[in-house]
Design a binder for this molecule. Structure first.
Ligand code: SF4
Length: 114
């Protein structure tokens, strides 16, 4: 069986938007504002399977807003780099990026060198 996309869940259900149609995001609180531990070994196994299935796109997505956890996104990019997926996409409402524009302009430079 062939698949098109490899979805990777980033962050938690925390989100700072209030979309009326949302079935997932909840406001950040003490619990959902902490990064979950990532099982990098399992990510590698899944990424290998994705590679063998000719996946061309990795989708970094979340049950909330992934860019509330920028360090985790960076770690995912570092771990996924060895697999050379043609495309890595990020599903985001971009609010945290817009609120920290200068910080993320620096990060985009860093991402291009990861
Ligand atoms: S941006 Fe996404 S997760 Fe956040 S409230 Fe809107 S639909 Fe929900």
């Amino acid at each position: 069986m062939k698949f098109k996309m490899f979805s990777v869940i980033v962050g938690t259900e925390a989100c700072i938007a209030s979309c009326p149609f949302c079935v997932s995001g909840v406001k950040p609180n003490q619990e959902n504002s902490k990064e979950n531990n990532i099982n990098w070994r399992n990510l590698k196994i899944a990424a290998n399977l994705a590679n063998r299935s000719d996946i061309d796109t990795v989708m970094l997505t979340s049950r909330g807003e992934p860019t509330l956890f920028p360090e985790q996104i960076t770690e995912y990019l570092k771990h996924l780099k060895e697999f050379n997926f043609p495309f890595v996409e990020l599903q985001s409402n971009c609010i945290p990026i817009a609120l920290n524009k200068e910080k993320y302009e620096m990060r985009s430079i860093l991402f291009s060198h990861i």
